[in-house]
Design a protein around this ligand. Structure first.
Ligand code: FEO
Length: 402
């Protein structure tokens, strides 16, 4: 393939993973990409990141289209996670770099993954503000702790105004195009939101500080080149603004009604609650956990104000798919939500109480005590569900006004 020069002297060296369908519990229906970059200065050539071990051979082929790999002088390791560093030991063997730049936590994480061999590599620890010249191209390092691991780092190429942002601003999205102005805009923003909701959301306060820090550095950014998915060159204000909105927990007049059901009673309740929400003009997403992956529910929760959880009682608890969702959402720590719960039961009916406890544990403001219905909802129960939907809708409008 003809090498893709994303800026003069800066090349995309990534691989496309069309078949990936799961990334530690996140459904990747569009696959993923592992982007790496080669930057050729007057004096030195640097490689930024590598790829998953499974794609090493393809990666070397891509690199060799760009540069004789033995001529690479430096490797910058922006992140230790294995989707970017899995191939690193093999790449180090091939390249025999003069130096490897990385953060201190990255060194520790690489030793934990690969053992003492890492100590024998020509490592140079860098921190925010450190710079390395390649000759006409200067790398300025920006630590980005917890975006997504303690070791994460961004690298800014000053003369070209390119921010190599590792996990930040990425998407698990395999495409034949590389730039934001070539991609389907709706799909690109959907995949960006899905990535933020499922990977970066718990670190939103850190993300806000990082956005402020980058703003206060007065650096111009012509291009954001993440390690996953599409490169941003034409819509940089839009993705920065979306990240700020997601990190601040800005919500729409929107609700997610998600449930599992045993004999369709809870499903029927969900439908009537949703109709109440819709009747009041709330954008409503009804997400049946029997057919919807928890990471897709999470994507809709990202900018929804309302979260409604429904499950019948099973063996004094709630259904396992709901337990899976609750566990997943709790870890991602969405903020500023309002919520309520509902479900059918046969004799004891613990699920409502337990789901309310889970909402509380997630610091979700419970705006309705919830409804439980014995066995099968009657007409009057369904009217009550509809009214509950309308009532939660009012709470959503109130919360969004505040
Ligand atoms: Fe794409 Fe945190 O690794």
């Amino acid at each position: 393939m003809t090498p893709l020069e994303i800026k003069p002297g800066i090349f995309w060296a990534g691989v496309l993973d069309w078949t990936l369908r799961d990334f530690h519990g996140y459904s990747t229906e569009k696959g993923s990409t592992y982007n790496a970059y080669v930057v050729k200065g007057r004096d030195k050539i640097a490689l930024f990141d590598t790829v998953k071990t499974t794609h090493f051979d393809e990666f070397i082929e891509r690199l060799e289209e760009i540069v004789d790999v033995e001529k690479i002088d430096y490797i910058v390791v922006n992140h230790a996670e294995m989707d970017h560093s899995g191939s690193l030991p093999m790449v180090v063997d091939r390249v025999k770099p003069e130096k490897i730049f990385l953060s201190k936590p990255c060194k520790d994480a690489l030793i934990a993954h690969f053992g003492d061999v890492v100590e024998s590599w020509p490592l140079q620890i860098v921190a925010t503000g450190d710079e390395v010249s390649l000759g006409g191209k200067t790398i300025s390092f920006i630590e980005a702790r917890m975006l997504h691991w303690p070791d994460s780092m961004f690298s800014y190429i000053k003369e070209d105004r390119v921010l190599i942002s590792n996990d930040g601003f990425g998407q698990h999205y395999s495409t034949s195009v590389r730039f934001d102005d070539e991609a389907d805009w709706g799909e690109l923003m959907h995949q960006s939101a899905k990535y933020y909701a499922n990977i970066l959301l718990p670190y939103s306060p850190i993300m806000l500080k990082k956005l402020d820090e980058i703003g206060s550095m007065n650096i111009e950014i012509d291009m954001i080149a993440p390690d996953h998915g599409i490169i941003w060159r034409s819509h940089i204000p839009e993705i920065l603004s979306a990240y700020r909105k997601w990190a601040e927990g800005k919500c729409l007049d929107k609700a997610v009604v998600t449930y599992d059901t045993m004999w369709h009673s809870t499903e029927n309740m969900a439908r009537h609650i949703a109709e109440g929400l819709i009747n009041k003009g709330i954008e409503t997403h009804v997400m049946d956990l029997r057919v919807t992956h928890h990471s897709d529910v999470m994507t809709e929760i990202l900018d929804a104000r309302g979260l409604l959880l429904g499950s019948p009682t099973l063996n004094t608890g709630y259904l396992p798919r709901m337990a899976d969702l609750v566990c997943y959402v709790k870890g991602l720590r969405p903020i500023k939500k309002v919520g309520a719960a509902f479900g059918s039961y046969g004799w004891a009916g613990e699920s409502l109480k337990l789901l309310n406890q889970e909402l509380e544990a997630m610091k979700i403001n419970i705006v309705h005590p919830g409804i439980k219905v014995k066995y099968v909802p009657r007409e009057s129960d369904l009217h009550e569900c509809f009214a509950m939907g309308e009532s939660v809708a009012e709470a959503i409008y109130e919360a969004n006004k505040a």
